[in-house]
Design a protein around this ligand. Sequence first.
Ligand code: G3I
Length: 391
Amino acid sequence: MALSHRRPTRRQFLAQTAAATSLAALPIKNLAQAQPASTQSPTLKAASSSRNLLVGCCVHAATLKRDAAYTALVKQQMSILVAETEFKFGPLRPTPTTFFFDDADYLVNFAERNGMKMRGHNFVWHRQLPTWFDSYVTPQNAEQVLVNHIETVAGRYKGRIHSWDVVNEAIQVSDGLPGGLRNSPWQKVLPGYIDIAFRTARQADPHAILTYNDYGIEGEDAASSAKRAAVLALVRGMQQRGIPIDAVGIQSHISAGPKPDGSHTYGPALAQFMRDVQSLGLKMMLTEMDVNDRELPADIPTRDKAVAEVYANYLHTTLAGPDWRPGRIAYSRDRASAVIAVLTWGITDKYTWLNHEGARKDGQPERCLPFDADMQPTPAFYAERDALQRS
Ligand code: G3I
């Protein structure tokens, strides 16, 4: 779908943003030339608020402390945050009997100080486990380790976390386990860890939206379809067992540049999955969106246009709610789409994980997020803002 948005000039964007927020230390240059704000919402936060939709990004405590322009942009644009790593098991757990909360505390306090909500990511994952995990955690003590971790962390932030990714990425169909479960370190020592984690999280913080979060469920290809089926079966089974779950997080690490297997196209199958999730009474969040451009030529205008079109198409599909149909703009303010929040995995290309994991072969920095490495809005910003505004 071609982008049909009137893009304000850089001066207009400066003016819109300056007029829309009271922040003095805006990251954008030439603020002195501010002009009256246009009718379009100049920030992602303003664009999404009319639909009671949260918009956010992942953040890094150390970067918030160090990079003033980054921090000003986060405050200016976002209404919900999630920690890129500081809430994970490894960073929180230096030893089997101790916790390190300084960075997580900083992020929760930062969000609250700036009127933003905070997501928790995550209690259980197969990555970034502490070095002591394999030697210390056994089938005999695994439940105690898991329950103690969740009770301590969720209890510390009780009532202050919008939603928790209780379990992250538990499905890996190629591992060949029943239900497509991933043969993860937790699965190996505690096969019932998913139910235990969600039950414990509910008791520790009844206020938080308990979320199952995963990736690779967005494309029209066979592998994505198989993973979606396994995720649906997982959450249906949890509901049948009376396990508390409130939402599904669709990570949305997606790509620009079509692939023959359809893994880089997003539409009917994803829309059907979202209808199925909604029919289970569950909410959804786009939890980690970015659009990698590694398949595209180096030319920046070409990449930016393609990435922005994926943002527009993907958000058209996911925010339109159950009435989505191919090719039809189905934005309607009166329909409650089950998507309650859209978060990108970072706000600026300057710090994207994609330059470290899955970088472009030509070594060019990725252009995958709403703001470029100079903190200036990319075409993807306008695509995201327009989709949020119209949704
Ligand atoms: O903090 C240490 C530092 O002390 C050390 O010197 C350095 C070198 O080893 O590592 C630093 O930790 C790194 C951490 O990011 C903080 O920068 C870890 O090695 C590195 O593995 C970790 O990568 C993160 C990854 O998750 C694993 O936690 C990425 O930044 C983060 O973007 C990525 O995010 C995941 C989501 O949580 C789940 N969905 C997929 C997504 C992308 O993989």
